[in-house]
Write a protein that binds this ligand. Sequence first.
Ligand code: HEC
Length: 146
Amino acid sequence: MKRLLLLLVLILPAAFAQSGPVLYQQCQGCHQPNGAGIPGVFPPLAGHVPDILAAKGGRPWLIQVLLWGMSGEIVVKGVKYNGVMPSYRQLGDAEIAALLNHISTQWGNKFPAGQKPFTPAEVRAQRAKTLTPAQVNSARKALGLK
Ligand code: HEC
């Protein structure tokens, strides 16, 4: 009996921890299952996340978009967007890391050479300073994305 309980204690959290693909179901209504977004309404993640990762400061910024959301005009590959990206601060550090690893490796996306997958500790570090969605947009300008 004790052994069985121990086994359950070990197995259950793993069974309930949500994986990247499951978590992405919360995103796909806007960014679409294929990550292509909707031109002019929801920006693409496919073929675009690697550009963000490769930009100087892009990696911590990507964590910030998930934690704090974003609002205000942006331009992605010449197309303008001016919507609201919701904040996902309610998710745990491991879940945000799983989501970021998912969108960094789906639809042909890849981490730039030398970059490792996101870790929960890396996500936690970005929670220290609360940003508004507008501040996340301002911070995006410093990345020099085209
Ligand atoms: C309600 C629609 C909606 C949902 C749901 C949503 N997003 Fe977004 N997302 C947006 C919009 C709109 C923008 C652009 C915001 C702007 O114009 O400032 C955006 C921007 C982004 C960006 C930054 C793109 C760039 O070039 O700046 C990333 C990364 C992103 N979303 C990932 C996600 C992930 C991952 C999820 C799920 C956890 C998600 N989004 C859920 C609407 C959404």
